[in-house]
Design a protein around this ligand. Structure first.
Ligand code: ZN
Length: 316
């Protein structure tokens, strides 16, 4: 009888509201999981919350010696060589030496990568793209990003900055994006920006059935509901976003020739209409030869993609 490998790695996930840790075995099974609310978003507070989660998970597993390493996915741009977080807009961080900070807090060396790169690694290892050597994960949520698995490995790029699909330019010199640059895909089709654009267009006199408090903007679920009720402005914004995301994903397919394209994220999950329209646009615009045999699928790891991917990042 084969003896199962007792070794495991710890995957960490840092969201806007929670820190999470899981001990994950070689098959991607979660042996122990712990979540801790993120009371403050400072790097020091985040490192402490993550370290507390990791300690809790290690206490549950009770086999420190079998721990192969620790990996973290974080929503931001991370310099792979130095482990510095160059920018993490959701956390409000800029140029933070987080790998050093977290490694010191944990007493272990931590592997660090962008959250969607890590999610792609999880999906490719034991999720929607398991068994395929070439896969692309495209996520549309409040922001937009991607993770690239090329020839069986996570593709990092020269500085670890690959996969920034939200910041490819779709209208050079256009709307200012959260990253500070102009004309990014995310500035037009990210969930937050769709709401901001709806509010801007209504302030300019466009009619719409959308209702939201003064000074705020509608959420993506409001836009989705209004679009489904026939609101013209909401339908236009949803359609434009689907086309922009679909063409960007199609271009990735043409460029990289993956076996699997995983389409996920809160905006696409919350809008089956947009999800199917994005897939349609991919099929209309990707290179014919690259489309042949392409699987377009949904992610399967859900909220666990971060911790599972983080564990596989630590395994190397
Ligand atoms: Zn940008």
């Amino acid at each position: 009888m084969p003896v199962s490998d007792p070794r495991f790695a710890i995957g960490l996930d840092l969201g806007g509201t929670n820190a999470r840790a899981a001990a994950v075995d070689a098959q991607g099974r979660i042996l122990a999981l712990h979540k801790h609310p993120l009371e403050q978003r400072s790097p020091e507070a985040a490192a402490k919350a993550l370290s507390r989660c990791a300690a809790e998970v290690l206490a549950q597993v009770r086999r420190d010696a079998d721990c192969l390493g620790v990996g973290l996915g974080l929503a931001g741009q991370i310099d792979a060589a130095t482990g510095r977080v160059l920018v993490a807009p959701n956390l409000g961080w800029r140029d933070v030496d987080f790998r050093e900070l977290l490694s010191a807090e944990l007493g272990r060396q931590v592997h660090l990568a962008n959250d969607l790169a890590v999610a792609a690694l999880g999906e490719a290892s034991v999720g929607a793209a398991r068994g395929f050597r070439d896969a692309i994960l495209v996520f549309v949520g409040s922001g937009i990003g991607s993770g690239l698995i090329c020839d069986g490995r996570l593709y990092h790029g020269a500085r670890g900055l690959s996969g920034e699909l939200g910041h490819i330019k779709v209208h050079p010199g256009g709307r200012r994006c959260g990253c500070g640059e102009l004309g990014c895909l995310e500035a037009y089709a990210g969930g937050i920006n769709l709401g901001v654009r709806a509010a801007e267009l209504m302030a300019q006199g466009r009619q719409s059935a959308l209702v939201f408090p003064a000074g705020l903007h509608p959420t993506m679920s409001m836009i989705e509901a209004a679009a489904n009720e026939g609101d013209e402005l909401s339908r236009e914004l949803r359609e434009e976003a689907a086309v922009l995301v679909g063409v960007a994903a199609a271009n990735l397919v043409t460029l990289l020739n993956p076996s699997v394209l995983i389409l996920g994220g809160g905006v696409l999950t919350g809008s089956p209409t947009m999800r199917s329209r994005v897939e349609e646009v991919v099929r209309q615009n990707a290179g014919r030869a690259a489309l042949s045999g392409l699987l377009v699928v949904e992610p399967t790891l859900g909220d666990d993609a971060g911790v599972i991917g983080g564990a596989f990042l630590a395994r190397g």
